[in-house]
Design a binder for this molecule. Structure first.
Ligand code: NDP
Length: 448
């Protein structure tokens, strides 16, 4: 079966899962040259196999709110592929979580994890639970109840979840506590644990910092530097604020962050004090807009950052936050680099538009792989029970991000015969990630 036939099948079977179909089509649109060069992929139906998860575990979560009322949520773990290592990928708590969203994230995760060169398969999980407005006790009871179900299916060598939207250090600690309690096993079953009880230094910063390291490599490839560049960032969570922090450290001027309520614009640019204030404000779930009262700037209620002029955009909130119209605004406003901190933040239209306009574009599976890479380092530190310093992890992260950049750039040059002079990181990342997984599947025969 050819790739186009495989896509038709996915579209027919999963028309009710738009995010998943979007992610599959994006990968498929770039791997044809590789497929043509390897008839065994077609013969062994590698693509057709990879678009079906190994399994999806779906469960009910009963928990009690502060009023003593019983609440019921749905939870999932999509174990997509363990061809290269234990299933690995975050857990998301957000009311928009559906099987389609988790399948798209799990599918992307297979290739992202392969790109790191570290031994991890791909998976993703979550629940349609909304942490907003919940008390700490409610969050704790929900995390315990979630892990009470999930613990049957995960372990340090089978499936190793981590955080994602709505799941940070606090939630991981509660889930880890329940896992330990039920299994009596103190192992690396989750990453993103607190430093001091199994967590790795730098895991919290890794995704945002890694995205900026990737950006630095892109700039170097164009003989440019990050210093003095004007950066627009969306989101005000883990990825966004750490990307803002690293970009600021390296001399860029970060002028926006945003959240679901609107965009904050500070023409003067952020500095460490302002970023610390933003981190504290979001940790207390308080409004981003209050920044203006403390530091000045402008608040654009219910607006995204893309109407503002800049050199670099790092969308880091959520999937499909940048549509075709936003991409047009980016191009009009002078954006030359788009680096995806979030997973699939650009719609297919938006990707087409910026690629047509030769904007340098780093897809999430390459640019935000720093988080999962440091998770892999956390797993190995847990196994040997020895911990590395911040500087050691930071050095590893930098070299992993450079390797991802260079291997994607090399693959783009090798397979893109049409368009020299433009590094197609999207095609390059898909080609490298896909090839690593496909070759493992070929070696395994028809199991997996
Ligand atoms: P957080 O929960 O820490 O932050 C998410 C941020 O995005 C918040 O500021 C939130 O605003 C905003 N946001 C969420 N949904 C929307 C929306 N529909 N419109 C506007 N703003 C929105 O999540 P992370 O920073 O961890 O994750 C962000 C993205 O990065 C996700 O795509 C995730 O999959 C990806 N990612 C995360 C990794 C990690 O290590 N954490 C690793 C790799 C990728 P509000 O507070 O108002 O809800």
């Amino acid at each position: 079966m050819s790739i186009s036939q495989a896509i038709e099948k996915v579209e027919a079977r999963y028309s009710h899962q738009p995010e998943f179909v979007q992610a599959v089509k994006e990968v498929a649109s770039t791997i044809a040259p590789l497929y043509d060069a390897h008839p065994e992929y077609q013969q062994m139906k590698i693509f057709e196999r990879l678009v079906e998860p190994d399994r999806i575990i779906c469960f009910r979560i009963n928990w009690e709110d502060d009023q003593g009322e019983v609440q019921v949520n749905r939870g999932w773990r999509v174990q997509f592929s363990n061809a290269l290592g234990p299933y690995k990928g975050g857990v998301r708590f957000h009311p928009t979580v559906t099987q389609s969203v988790l399948k798209f994230l799990g599918f992307e995760q297979i290739f992202k994890n392969a790109l790191t060169g570290l031994p991890m398969g791909g998976g993703k999980g979550g629940a349609d639970f909304d942490p907003k407005g919940k008390s700490d006790s409610e969050i704790r009871r929900f995390c315990y109840a979630f892990m009470r179900e999930l613990h049957h299916y995960v372990s340090k060598d089978i499936d190793v979840p981590a955080g994602d939207i709505g799941v940070g250090g606090r939630e991981v600690s509660y889930m880890f506590a329940m896992y330990k309690n039920l299994t009596r096993e103190y192992g690396g079953v989750l990453t993103g644990k607190g430093v001091g009880f199994g967590g790795s230094l730098m895991r919290t910063e890794a995704t945002g910092y890694g995205a900026v390291y990737f950006l630095e490599n892109m700039l170097t490839a164009q003989n440019e530097s990050i210093e003095g560049k004007k950066v627009l960032i969306s989101g005000a969570g883990n990825v966004s604020l750490h990307a803002a922090e690293k970009a600021t450290m390296l001399g860029a001027s970060v002028v926006t962050v945003s959240d679901s309520q609107g965009t904050l614009y500070d023409e003067a640019g952020l500095n460490q004090e302002k970023i610390d204030w933003l981190k504290a404000q979001k940790a207390k779930s308080k409004p981003l807009a209050e920044y203006v009262d403390v530091y000045g700037g402008e608040w654009f209620a219910k607006q995204k950052p893309w109407h503002i002029k800049g050199d670099i955009a790092i969308p880091s909130a959520t999937q499909n936050e940048v549509n075709g119209e936003d991409a047009k605004l980016m191009v009009e406003n002078g954006i030359k680099y788009v680096v995806e901190g979030a997973n699939m933040p650009l719609t297919a239209d938006a990707v087409d538009h910026i690629r047509v306009h030769r904007v340098h574009y780093a897809p999430g599976k390459a640019a935000n792989a720093g988080g999962v890479a440091v998770s892999a380092l956390e797993m190995s530190q847990n196994s040997v029970r020895q911990y590395k310093t911040f500087e050691q992890i930071d050095d590893r992260l930098k070299s992993i991000m450079k390797n991802i950049h260079d291997s994607a750039a090399d693959a783009s040059n090798q397979y893109d015969k049409t368009d020299k002079g433009y590094i197609d990181y999207m095609a390059g990342a898909n080609l490298v990630g896909f090839k690593r997984v496909a070759d493992a599947l070929i070696a395994y025969g028809i199991l997996n």
